[in-house]
Design a protein around this ligand. Sequence first.
Ligand code: PEP
Length: 252
Amino acid sequence: MSNRPFIVGNWKMNGNRAMLAEARAIDRGAARCPGVRVGIAPPFTLVNTMADAVQAALIGAQDCHAEASGAFTGDISAAMLADAGAQFVIVGHSERRALHGENDAAVKAKAEAALAAGLEVIVCVGETEAERDAGKAEKVVCKQLDGSLPQGEGVAARVTVAYEPVWAIGTGRVPSVEDVGAMHRAIRARLSAIYGEDGAGVQILYGGSVNAKNAEELLGADEVGGALVGGASLTADSFLAIVLAAAGPGAE
Ligand code: PEP
């Protein structure tokens, strides 16, 4: 794992070629903050163009298929993403889990395919509001980690976990810093159980309504190694404010 904070923008189903200007501006900002790893995950249609347009930022995708090729109309494989210039892929986002019925086994298969294609993988986990209210948040997240993370020798070095409470995504609501720290400590313990010593090196991102105002506080919580950012990643101004918060004092 890099010990630089990792700030990743998930553009979801937003973005057209006109928005490449934002990506270029984000890239210039990333170049001014070498202490931060900056990633952008645009829709599939922009992966190749954006990968060609940037230098400092990493470009990734928001999903991939578990198979390398075949009769899967409308799907995109990890190998195709690598060929298009992607360096990472997000798998198991709660919107994929909820809207496309992806379970832990499917997420794990996608993560394994991503690694086989030479990509880094960001595996998303997170509890619903009902699960948190029932006191089951850590249990749910640990079960997702057990079922979704790829296994194998040397694998942990190319895996990042994103903890995204479902109820915080796109809602403007965020957990307390204490709750974020407690969950990230629980995830760290689980990563050590799964990967042994290598688990200590896996970066854990927080995601869910991160913005310029709350980034510094959330990034300061225990075991938070960066952020996965949705809405606030769509403009260079709002996204770079988060990158600067990760860069710390003195960055501009
Ligand atoms: C996300 O979808 O991964 C996300 C964190 O979205 P937002 O920042 O808009 O809550």
